[in-house]
Ligand binder design. Sequence first.
Ligand code: ATP
Ligand code: MG
Length: 353
Amino acid sequence: MITEARVRDIVNALEDPFLHKTLAETGGIEEITMREEQNHVSVKIAIAQTGTPEQLQLQMRIVNSLKEAGVETVGLRFTELSEEKIAQFRGADAGEKDGGLLSPNSETVFLAIASGKGGVGKSTVSVNLAISLARLGKKVGLIDADIYGFSVPDMMGITTRPVVRGEKIIPVERFGVKVISMGFFVDDNAPVIWRGPMLGKMLNSFFKEVEWGDLDYLLLDLPPGTGDVALDVHTMLPHCKEVIVSTPHPTAAFVAARAGAMALQTEHELVGVIENMAYFESKSTGEKEYIFGKGGGDKLADELRTEVLGRLPLQQPDWNEEDFAPSVYAEDHPLGAIYQEIAAKLDTKLSLK
Ligand SMILES: Nc1ncnc2c1ncn2[C@@H]1O[C@H](COP(=O)(O)OP(=O)(O)OP(=O)(O)O)[C@@H](O)[C@H]1O
Ligand SMILES: [Mg+2]
């Protein structure tokens, strides 16, 4: 009777019909059971899509190969691979074919902006860092990965929607940054009501179906916390760098440490901490008031063994009624200047790698 190892070799060599990877690569074999007296082998296999003609073909191929190897009867069961796995392999596959963003030889630096708590200024920081990098002459893209709580289009004052060319979505360009957001694909600020698996698919489309062109940086504005989307980003982009945004308040810093720990666990490289709402500076006296406390950013950076890239005070951008972008700081605004310094620091740090 054939050995289990031999069965594994034979089946492992066959390809998942949708991912075009061998079952060895996808880890598709879930279980092998052997019944020696009847010379019977049964295998449970996970593939990308079940109940299709392609599955039938694979089924026949497995049965034939095992019978050729001397097995009398073969039992097969199929299940579907997890969404994460499918996304991972689809991504890799697409990258290889078109030399896209996710291909191993892509030069684009992925930079995720994360936080533990909501409302600390992640999206504001993402938008302004992206614009500052573009002001440095970099080619920059921004993905609003907060699928449920998208805010980037409104913050940047984007009033147009992406156009579709052929099979690709052309991102909207604003202040020199190419932007994609879930907000472009829903009507009239309707809430997005989706279950977990859809999120992975959406993110995947943001990479695969969007014509990003050649980018130096692709920033991702993550939703707060350590939930599904953050995890998807971690699996989809193993080389992603990460910046953590926190207020100086100890509770914000504690929670932010958790987001940082997640990055470290998934081997995302932490490039630094940005302390937002660090203080309020009186216009009349120039005196600084530390409204949310002091020291949270340093403590966080210490704990995560990284550095504080910059501290942003509390202040709104100047609003321009003709070209309204409520969260964008002009280059000559005090915060615009701080963002410019942070962007330059980041660019030096990341281009040395
Ligand atoms: N330095 C700052 N000074 C003044 N207001 C700020 C500053 N940073 C952010 N804000 C304001 O704080 C609010 C929250 O910011 P933002 O939406 O960027 O946070 P977030 O972390 O992305 O939130 P969420 O978790 O909801 O995605 C916004 O109204 C923004 O305009
Ligand atoms: Mg946000």
